[in-house]
Design a protein around this ligand. Structure first.
Ligand SMILES: [Zn+2]
Length: 324
């Protein structure tokens, strides 16, 4: 049975989630740790290794049972080298991550972009299982995307395909974190929501329940607090979020006219917290802006894997790459 299991890791800006999957892609164990990217690549890598070992122990396995390790990183991965040089979310620039991770883990390491991994997992074993071509949107601090075409993850030139959060949906629109104007991420992400709250509540003095849950810069607001205010029919929360969800549907309609996938999956921290609530707004934005197709032609679905999507996708990626 040696060498049949795979470790998948979600290396996020704040936390590491390591999982162990069986040969038939069942999640056997999980372990979490803080990323602490300020410790540098070696320090963070040792934390990933520790988290993996905890998960292996819980699954009754050890490193000798592991064939390879898939690591989902918050950056583009060069498909030619399989490496990521720049990870601004972790504060690491010009550092060959894969090479160093491989030296520390002493295992075959495969890197892929985190949202691509999440999309791949939903495609193989999650909400989009059974389709050929899909698009994934993940709404969290930012807005990430992933594309699978004819059964294959589409990564594009220098691994930069699927950056769906930076599709411009409004000329000269809101300023995005990337420096451009009018990206969908500037309308539908936690960062975008917080900026709007700050503008409406702090600067314009509007009243909102949100002020009871956070200080007035809103940056650290939890999705659960957003949900409470949304459910309490707080006007500001509903206005900002519903507009964001509608525009996400519009952005998805744009993807439909480019890729015409059979299924579009919505996941990420905000969607996990809100479950079905955003769907009517996403569907309206989608159907009102769809070209040539009818809304029934493309299935819009919620993520089925939740927090596991990214590390499971990393494990699937490693397993499939390792078998080539
Ligand atoms: Zn942008």
């Amino acid at each position: 049975m040696a060498g049949k299991y795979t470790v998948g890791i979600d290396l996020g800006g704040t936390k590491i989630l390591a999982i162990v999957v069986s040969p038939n892609l069942k999640v056997l164990a999980r372990s979490k740790r803080k990323t602490k990217s300020e410790l540098g690549i070696d320090g963070t890598c040792l934390r990933m290794k520790k988290a993996s070992e905890e998960a292996l122990l819980e699954a009754g396995l050890s490193w000798k049972d592991v064939e390879s390790v898939g690591i989902a990183v918050p950056s583009a991965v060069d498909p030619d080298t399989g490496d990521a040089l720049h990870s601004p979310a972790l504060g690491w620039i010009n550092q060959p991550l894969r090479k160093r991770f491989q030296q520390i883990f002493r295992k075959k390491i495969f890197l892929e972009n985190d949202v691509n991994c999440g999309t791949l997992a939903e495609f193989r074993i999650g909400a989009a299982k059974g389709y050929n071509s899909i698009v994934g949107y993940f709404v969290g601090t930012g807005l990430g995307g992933g594309i699978v075409i004819n059964g294959k993850l589409h990564t594009g030139v220098r691994g930069s395909a699927g950056e769906l959060g930076h599709e411009i949906i409004e000329y000269n629109g809101r300023k995005c974190g990337c420096g451009k104007l009018g990206c969908i991420e500037a309308y539908c992400s936690k960062t975008a929501f917080c900026r709007q709250f700050q503008k409406l509540i702090t600067q314009e003095g509007r009243k909102s329940l949100l002020s009871d849950y956070t200080d007035n810069d809103f940056k650290g607001i939890k999705s659960s607090a957003l949900l409470k205010c949304y459910n309490a029919k707080d006007k500001i929360t509903r206005r900002v979020l519903n507009k964001g969800f509608y525009l996400l549907g519009l952005a998805a309609a744009n993807q439909a006219s480019i890729i015409a996938p059979e299924c579009i999956v919505f996941g990420g921290g905000v969607i996990e917290a809100f479950k079905k609530l955003p769907m009517p707004h996403i569907r309206r934005g989608f159907s009102e802006n769809l070209f040539a197709l009818s809304p029934e032609d493309i299935k819009l679905k919620l993520s089925a894997l939740g927090d596991d999507a990214v590390p499971v996708g990393a494990a699937i990626y490693a397993k499939e790459k390792g078998e080539v």
